[in-house]
Design a protein around this ligand. Sequence first.
Ligand SMILES: Cc1cc2nc3c(=O)[nH]c(=O)nc-3n(C[C@H](O)[C@H](O)[C@H](O)COP(=O)(O)OP(=O)(O)OC[C@H]3O[C@@H](n4cnc5c(N)ncnc54)[C@H](O)[C@@H]3O)c2cc1C
Length: 351
Amino acid sequence: MKEFDVVIAGAGPSGAAAAKGLVNEGLSVLILEKKKLPRYKICSGIIFRKSQDITEKYFGEIPKSAYVTPELLKGVRLWSDDKNYTDWPFSKDGRGAPNVWRSEYDYWLVKNSGAEIKDCFALIDFNDTGDCVLLKCRNVLDNKIIDIKCKYLVSAEGSRSIIRAKLDPEFEKGLKWFVACQDYYEGNSDLDPYFFHGFMGPQYGEVYAWFNVKNGMQIFGTAVRKGEKINPYLFKYRELLERKFGLNLKKLVKRSGCLGNNMCPKGKFYLGKRNVLLVGEAAGFLNAFGEGISCALSTGLFAAEAISKGFRSKHNNVLELYTELTKQERRESKASWRLGARIAGRDLMPI
Ligand SMILES: Cc1cc2nc3c(=O)[nH]c(=O)nc-3n(C[C@H](O)[C@H](O)[C@H](O)COP(=O)(O)OP(=O)(O)OC[C@H]3O[C@@H](n4cnc5c(N)ncnc54)[C@H](O)[C@@H]3O)c2cc1C
């Protein structure tokens, strides 16, 4: 059985940041990722100011290979109807926010973390004995099961976390879920490609509908509560873009979807239990309008700090310390949803 100080499930930004912080402190770290890397992640790929600062401080400059055109976006353009909008610039200094492919950005982060990486390996079960955590992992290519032992386990699994579900089935049962769908088309439109566009009309989505451009590709999506049919909303939204914004679609390149939950808007964070910590979206960190890279990075680093201190002091107060370290982040996340609702003029997650 292989042994590590820390095993991290998930190779997104939260997992990469946790790994970087732990490796910097001299700990042995393994990242397990169930998909083949670099993996696709449904996302608008906008690196907000705070994410950019953390990325540069811990990982360096985002490589050019991760950028798409337009490379920098000016801000969010929020449409209250098909004529009226308000612009919210990404930064006061006018520098704009990097527009990237998540597959490239995330893979670069994780490779630069210094941790050992096993892709195509899914964490499927674990047992926290109090002294250590025993893991069962499945190689998704040949279904072989391997056992791994670690002192601490970090869930960086994103919104659907099997670790969270096992730690607290009651908490999991109380969650409400939404479905998001995003289409990528070859084509063109009159919408300014230097902005990320949000449409607040409830006829286009129960959460909100969005549009952006990457390498000339027209990307749009919407979200509704789980169980609701998403296609009627998506068709109505697409029809609006075609009729009012000159959207001309040629070839469908990709259709993708995902599930999210109401942890963050409801302030229901789940930070862990005993020797298992949760970071990023697995813990519920997601800001208003679906910005989640900044809190994924920061909570990954906080978990690393708490675990490293736990190793040094040999005290078992790691979860307590992590809870303390993330206090401000939790406050800011909740505030972002209140501010977002004020800007949008309605509840942003009515599920
Ligand atoms: C449509 C959409 C647009 C978005 N746009 C933006 C944006 O422009 N800017 C922004 O900042 N945020 C955006 N977000 C939010 C952002 O994508 C997430 O908040 C962020 O990716 C969370 O990072 P994470 O590391 O917590 O999880 P993730 O990035 O979801 O990574 C989790 C990883 O864990 C792996 N995994 C899961 N379970 C296991 C397991 N059991 N074993 C091994 N591996 C596992 C998954 O395959 C995945 O690779 C958007 C979200 C959506 C849905």
